[in-house]
Design a protein around this ligand. Structure first.
Ligand SMILES: Nc1ncnc2c1ncn2[C@@H]1O[C@H](COP(=O)(O)OP(=O)(O)OP(=O)(O)O)[C@@H](O)[C@H]1O
Length: 231
C-alpha cells in the first residue's frame, strides 16, 4: 500500500496541497479527479518524489519514504508517467525502452512492450518525436510497463488523443492493473476513469473533497466541484 498522510506541498512558498490523505491499496485502480488547478499533478509529483512535501508523511507498506528521491522511489516500485509523457524525443523507440529495462533483460522488456502495444514492434527504429501523439503515449506507457512497477502514477495519459487510441490506452490500463500493479490515475474522462476505478479521490483547491468507492460518489457533488471551479 502506498499512503500519503496530511500532505502539504506547493511551489516557492505558494501552498497548493493542504492536508491531503490518500491511499493506493495493492492491486487497485484509484482515480484522482478534480477541476483544473485542484492539485492533482502536484500530488503525483509528491508521490513520485519530484516535489518534497512541506508537511505530512508518505509510506510504502508502512515504511516511511517521505522526501525520498525519484530514483529511490523507482527502486521501491513507483513509476510516474507524467503529463507530456517523459519519453526521450530524440531517441528511437528501442532505445527508449532499453533505457528503462533491467540490464541484461532488454529483450524480455522489448517483448513485453510489444505484447502490450504491437504497433511499437513495427516502429522500433523510429525516432520517438516523429511518431504520432498516440504512438508516443503508447511508448510512454510501455516504458512504465517494462519496469514491472508496483505503483503507476498516470497523469492525463489520454489527453488530446483520438477516441480509438483512448480505447486502446484504457485496454492497456486494464492489462496493467491485471498484471498486479496499482494505478493512481489522473484523468479528464471522468466517466471512463470511474468505470475502471476501485476507489475515487475528488480534489478541489488542494484538498480532498471526497474519498470512497465510485458507487458512493454523488454525481451532484462531482458536477458541483467541476462547475464551481470554472466560475
Ligand atoms: N511549477 C509550478 N510553479 C508554481 N505554481 C505551480 C506550478 N505547477 C503548478 N502550480 C500551481 O499549483 C496549482 C495546482 O496545479 P496542478 O497542476 O497540481 O493542478 P491539476 O489539478 O493537475 O490541474 P490540471 O487539471 O489543470 O492539470 C495551480 O494553481 C498551479 O498554477
Amino acid at each position: 500500500m502506498l499512503e500519503l498522510r496530511g500532505i502539504d506541498a506547493g511551489y516557492a512558498g505558494t501552498p497548493v496541497l493542504r492536508g491531503v490523505d490518500l491511499q493506493v491499496p495493492p492491486s487497485s485502480v484509484v482515480a484522482l479527479l478534480g477541476p483544473n488547478g485542484a492539485g492533482k499533478t502536484t500530488l503525483l509529483r509528491v508521490a513520485s518524489g519530484l516535489l518534497k512535501p512541506t508537511a505530512g508523511r508518505m509510506t510504502i507498506d508502512d515504511q516511511d519514504v517521505t522526501g525520498r528521491s525519484p530514483h529511490q522511489l523507482v527502486a521501491r516500485g513507483v513509476c510516474h508517467v507524467p503529463e507530456g509523457r517523459g519519453i526521450f524525443p530524440t531517441l528511437t523507440v528501442r532505445d527508449n525502452l532499453v533505457l528503462q529495462s533491467v540490464p541484461g533483460r532488454e529483450d524480455e522488456a522489448l517483448e513485453r512492450a510489444v505484447s502490450a502495444f504491437p504497433r511499437l514492434g513495427e516502429r522500433m527504429e523510429q525516432v520517438a518525436r516523429t511518431m504520432s501523439g498516440g504512438e508516443q503515449q503508447m511508448l510512454a506507457l510501455a516504458r512504465a510497463y517494462v519496469q514491472n512497477p508496483r505503483f503507476v502514477l498516470l497523469d492525463e495519459v489520454s489527453m488530446g488523443l483520438a477516441p480509438k487510441v483512448v480505447d486502446e490506452i484504457f485496454d492497456f490500463l486494464a492489462l496493467l492493473a491485471s498484471s498486479g500493479a496499482s494505478l493512481l490515475l489522473v484523468e479528464q474522462y471522468v466517466s471512463r476513469a470511474l468505470q475502471v476505478a476501485d476507489y475515487v479521490f475528488l480534489m478541489n483547491r488542494g484538498r480532498v473533497a471526497f474519498a470512497g468507492e465510485p458507487s458512493e460518489l454523488d454525481t451532484d457533488l462531482l458536477a458541483e466541484q467541476y462547475v464551481g471551479a470554472r466560475h
